[in-house]
Design a protein around this ligand. Structure first.
Ligand SMILES: *Cc1c(COP(=O)(O)O)cnc(C)c1O
Length: 475
């Protein structure tokens, strides 16, 4: 399998080459040259693989369609090490829970950091260790986080050979639980850097360091951000696992609703659908930051300014632009790299928006590609959390609540609806208390983590000081 850039660059790469890279050289995102097709007979075989051999075996089958430069036995071993009941809490790894007739939650957040990002990041940790070992190289991952991504990356990379993590976060601005989760890690290859500033300062520092090509090369700086193809690929697997659990036979169609921010999660659903998984609708659920809902309703993609980006009670969906969206637009426009380059590199850069409503392909978004969308507000979240608790005795987090609210608006008779549960309520306790008047349950392994010793270095919002810290901690 070869990979190409969404902006038309002529180079073709293999999986292992793009694994450790970020953007393509022309600023585009990597996608496979084609989506392998799963016939109905093959879908039946995959269902049996999941039922009889488990999630890791299913992951191997899907991943090996896209990864042909890692020996099969090695890839299988990586999947087996990643997707264990010990790490993800259950044998199913992503168990489905039926709330009411044909309306399901798919649990993606029982990994080490209690958010769905573990599903991909845990695999990435094992893949990085494998590939760096094979090359005899090292990598220093530099990131900025306001919560979920940073902790998922740290729990995936902790103790891995050849990898160090330098994770910046805004000093004193993460929840006590999130701080305890990250700063409580005692592994020598994990470095928490609390920046005296806000999240944007952290991001600016990461950008400044990454733009220093000499420093980047010398200190082997890399990232694990959401545009990484391997992360997206790992997420394709749980659409299959969700489908198999929601259906008995392969004739049936299922819809998925996905709480969305950077469009990574739902883009994996798009890939699964392109492979032939019988998905009726892919419903994009946004919060008040409704860049994506606006696009699917109107055809206008308009990125927001910082001041226009709302701080909400589903903070992992607070985005100003959706970094994976370009992948879908590439498919929507018939894989016309020149047109994607014009839209994303020129028009968006110049005007902050582009409009596709008059484009002949726009109708395909809801037609051929099955997309629908909706938005949810703080009041909706509270009402949905309360309703789900009162009627079903199930406590859901704020992001999943956005999904449940929007999913209800998109139900079709006879089509099961699966809402992806993207985090556990304990991560967003303040809003749960506001909705239910009680604290969320805390999984046993997280009891008392706030009192663990904390490993964190506080630095001023100054890229130079962060570079100095990295240089001093790189051997
Ligand atoms: C990251 C995240 C999202 C958004 O996922 P995308 O892939 O960026 O669309 C939603 N919910 C939670 C809890 C998250 O951590």
């Amino acid at each position: 399998m070869n990979y190409l850039s969404t902006r038309g660059h002529p180079a073709r790469k293999r999986f292992s080459d793009i694994l450790l890279e970020g953007l393509a050289p022309d600023g585009g995102l990597y996608l496979p040259e084609h989506y392998p097709q799963i016939s109905e007979a093959r879908l039946g075989e995959l269902r049996r693989v999941y039922q009889e051999q488990g999630y890791a075996a299913l992951a191997f089958e899907i991943l090996s369609l896209y990864i042909d430069d890692i020996p099969a036995a090695d890839l299988r071993a990586i999947c087996d090490r990643t997707y264990t009941a010990a790490v993800f809490g259950t044998k199913e790894i992503v168990p489905l829970r039926e709330l009411e007739d044909g309306f399901y939650l798919e649990a993606l957040s029982n990994g080490p950091t209690l958010a769905f990002k573990d599903m991909a990041m845990q695999l990435l940790g094992h893949l990085f260790e494998y590939e760096l070992g094979r090359r005899g190289e090292e990598l220093n991952i530099l990131g900025a986080t306001s919560g979920d991504t940073g902790s998922a990356a740290e729990y995936a990379m902790k103790g891995k050979r050849g990898v160090r993590v330098f994770m910046t976060s805004p000093h004193g601005r993460m929840s006590p639980f999130q701080q305890a989760q990250m700063f409580g890690l005692q592994d020598a290859n994990i470095h928490n850097i609390a920046i005296e500033g806000v999240f944007d300062d952290c991001q600016d520092i990461v950008k400044a360091v990454s733009h220093d090509a000499e420093f980047k090369r010398r200190y082997k700086i890399g990232t694990v951000n959401s545009i990484n193809w391997a992360r997206l690929l790992a997420q394709v697997v749980y659409y299959f696992a969700g489908y198999f659990q929601a259906t008995r036979g392969n004739g049936q169609k299922v819809s998925f609703t996905v709480p969305s921010g950077n469009f990574g999660n739902v883009c994996a659903g798009h890939v699964a659908r392109m492979m032939g998984l019988p998905i009726e609708r892919l419903v994009v659920a946004t919060n008040e930051n409704d860049v994506l809902d606006e696009f699917f309703r109107t055809g206008v993609y308009r990125v927001r300014a910082g001041a226009d980006t709302h701080e909400t009670s589903s903070p992992s969906m607070d985005i100003s632009k959706a970094s994976n969206f370009e992948r879908f637009v590439f498919d929507l426009l018939g894989r016309d790299g020149a047109e994607v380059r014009r839209l994303f590199a020129d028009e968006l850069g110049r005007t902050g928006r582009f409009a596709l409503q008059a484009h002949p392909s726009f109708a395909d978004a809801s037609g051929r590609y099955g997309f629908a969308s909706g938005r949810s507000t703080h009041a909706d979240r509270l009402a949905t959390i309360r309703d789900t608790w009162e009627r079903f005795g199930t406590m859901i987090d704020t992001h999943t609540a956005d999904g449940v609210k929007v999913a209800r608006e998109q139900l079709q008779p006879g089509v099961p609806m699966v809402v992806l549960e993207t985090a556990l309520p304990i991560k967003f306790a303040a809003t749960i208390v506001e909705a239910l008047g009680r604290e969320p349950d805390r999984p046993r392994q997280f009891e008392g983590i706030e009192s663990l010793p904390k490993r964190v270095t506080v630095l001023p919002a100054d890229a130079q000081r962060v570079k100095q810290y990295i240089a001093e901690h790189c051997q």
